[in-house]
Design a protein around this ligand. Sequence first.
Ligand SMILES: NC(=O)C1=CN([C@@H]2O[C@H](COP(=O)(O)OP(=O)(O)OC[C@H]3O[C@@H](n4cnc5c(N)ncnc54)[C@H](OP(=O)(O)O)[C@@H]3O)[C@@H](O)[C@H]2O)C=CC1
Ligand SMILES: O=C(CO)COP(=O)(O)O
Length: 297
Amino acid sequence: VALSANGPVTLWARDTGWGRANPRLPGVTLPDAIRLTDDLPDAARADTLLLALPAQALGGFLADHAARLDARHLVSTAKGIDLSKLTGPSTLLAEACPRATVAVLTGPSFAADIARGLPTALTLACADPEAGRALQHDLSTPVLRLYRTTDVTGAELGGALKNVIAIAAGVAIGAGLGDSARAAIVTRGFAEMTRLAARLGARPETLAGLSGLGDLTLTCTSVQSRNFRYGQALGARQPFDAATTVEGAATARAVAVLSRRMGCDMPIAAMVARLTDNSMTVDDAAQQLMTRPLKEE
Ligand SMILES: NC(=O)C1=CN([C@@H]2O[C@H](COP(=O)(O)OP(=O)(O)OC[C@H]3O[C@@H](n4cnc5c(N)ncnc54)[C@H](OP(=O)(O)O)[C@@H]3O)[C@@H](O)[C@H]2O)C=CC1
Ligand SMILES: O=C(CO)COP(=O)(O)O
């Protein structure tokens, strides 16, 4: 919807039966500048393709369709770590489409806000500086302001890890632990996000930018966030709609494996992994976090 302000856009979906009003984005009618199709070879004639799929669906999608997507500019919006390969979306894309230029578009942005034309700032990450500049130019609009970086690892890890911390923040609020506890989780969560990202080659300043701290702040403080709401339901011991995409749950499991492998201490992410697979109660989680050995900040 945002990009159609710059010119014609083709929107591919596996099911276009909803027409111009998709219930995933209530209240939004797709503008006429958007051409809707369920024919992937037709849509994939474009030079630049945005892949807006959940992180755990991207690998399967690429297994089916990678040959059609190669040698293009491929921009992923997914915020997660693939559970089977323990990598972010840029690596999945680069491995599946070796002749493509891979980029990541991430940062604090609820789809509903962008579709309503509200002002939003994002990070466009591309290892190739020239391609990054061109994409930054092509994908910015008067209300969608893109900053660019070559630190793809940092940008995609910020987006993936903030979802895990947002679940923990939601748990704290849902369990009635209060805003002070949430602030502690956000701050200590940011410390562990930065720690793992640095071990995996990211630049700390990327984590302090829109794709890391910016998105962490948004997601941990807004009930628009599905990850936050899921955590809230867990904390309040209430049911949650299983059809809702909650990227942080699978990513917490991936992070538990990755952090062990890298020897990186991530107590909040580990707690979220155990809460989401029901191997720990909310009370035990709060107790464990508060009784860890006292240490320097
Ligand atoms: N929503 C938001 O505010 C934001 C989301 N993101 C990130 O973008 C990614 C996508 O999120 P979002 O769009 O909200 O997720 P949703 O679950 O709401 O929508 C996912 C879309 O992907 C499609 N899809 C899922 N699996 C497949 C598949 N195997 N083949 C083809 N299409 C598939 C779905 O199609 P169908 O409708 O047919 O099921 C649907 O159109 C996530 O990583 C999320 O974290 C980033 C910023 C903001
Ligand atoms: O990534 C998002 C905002 O930047 C969307 O967050 P949720 O997936 O938690 O709704």
